[in-house]
Design a binder for this molecule. Structure first.
Ligand code: A3P
Length: 320
């Protein structure tokens, strides 16, 4: 039996309304999450996700950039794009200088036309997604397509997520209690959450087919961008030559995609993406600091979350 029955866009809309739902009280009930196949999402994203589940056909050469939101998706997209386009554009002309990274690499659950166009033109472009592994379209699950998974310290993800949703709800900090976001998140009610199930899903799938997966840790990428960018390039089939390395091509890609560079570009400071429910581009570039969580967590929260990480994720050896 197939996992999803084919539904029209209207049927999907109606179905989503009937799903278990929860308003996020800490953002004054301005945001509602819906639960589908074990994960939570926002209505628009879920509609897109269900549409994609039943229609997307993976090509053998597809590469997927997968992540839990706020784990470094924007950075990974920029790096992958810079890697695959490095011969096409010289440094001063890369589209990343004038295009929001989320426009350069499409999202599986929302950028249908761009994906179709790329497939039609045989234009190799990775496809990004926040889907939990088990909810990926069947054609991806059944394929040998490569999967890059970026993950990040859960405490910093919570803080990043808190500010992102707070900004979407247009609430100042004093009107959006961090404790509320923390509670929701640690109860699994977060965008594409539970967070730990997201990591576990990809990790479990990688056990039987390790060659299909590349796990990148946000903090490691910051500490040692060069070797991680090399791993990424190799994995997606675009390895750097010794000459390129000596000419500084890798260093230039790292510089181009750095937070300092991208967050100061006009397009990322003042642009807005239509496809993304009108979210302002700047919201994807906040601080990019490791350990910002220390400014938000009480001792009690630290204890609670350390226990949760230990219980749920220690088995993976992935999250420290
Ligand atoms: P903070 O909110 O902690 O600053 P995502 O892209 O998955 O939505 O994740 C967003 C987080 O990645 C934000 O974290 C953001 O600042 C950070 N980020 C965005 N661009 C980055 C880059 N080029 N390098 C490193 N971190 C980046």
């Amino acid at each position: 039996a197939t996992k999803t029955q084919f539904m029209s866009t209207n049927e999907i809309k109606e179905m989503v309304k009937t799903l278990p739902q929860q308003t996020c009280s800490w953002v004054k009930d301005k945001i509602t999450m819906y639960k589908y196949q074990g994960f939570w999402s926002l209505q628009k994203f879920l509609e897109g996700a269900i549409f994609t589940q039943q229609s997307f056909k993976a090509q053998p050469s597809d590469v997927f950039l997968c992540s839990y939101p706020k784990s470094g998706t924007t950075w990974l997209k920029a790096l992958a794009f810079a890697i695959i386009t490095r011969k096409k554009f010289d440094e001063s002309a890369n589209p990343l200088l004038t295009t929001f990274p989320h426009k350069c690499i499409p999202f599986l659950e929302s950028d249908f036309e761009q994906i179709e166009e790329n497939q039609k033109n045989s234009c190799f472009t990775p496809i990004a997604t926040h889907f939990p592994y088990p909810a990926l379209p069947e054609s991806i699950l059944a394929s040998n397509c490569k999967i890059v998974y970026i993950y990040r310290n859960m405490k910093d993800v919570i803080v990043s997520y808190y500010h992102f949703l707070r900004e979407i709800a247009k609430l100042p900090i004093q009107d959006a209690p961090f404790e509320g976001a923390f509670d929701d998140f640690t109860h699994g009610i977060s965008w594409y959450g539970p967070y730990w199930d997201h990591i576990l899903g990809y990790w479990k799938a990688s056990l039987s087919r390790p060659e299909r997966f590349l796990f990148l840790k946000y903090e490691d990428m910051k500490k040692d961008p060069k070797s991680n960018v090399k791993r990424l390039a190799e994995f997606i089939g675009r390895p750097f030559t010794i000459e390129e390395e000596n000419e500084g091509v890798i260093d230039n890609i790292i510089k181009l995609c750095s937070f300092e560079n991208l967050s100061n570009l006009e397009v990322n400071k003042s642009g807005r993406s239509e496809g993304f429910v009108g979210i302002e581009n700047r919201l994807y570039f906040r601080k990019a600091k490791d350990g910002d969580w220390e400014n938000y967590f009480s001792d009690e929260m630290i204890e609670k979350i350390d226990k949760l990480i230990d219980e749920k994720l220690s088995v993976t050896g992935l999250v420290l």
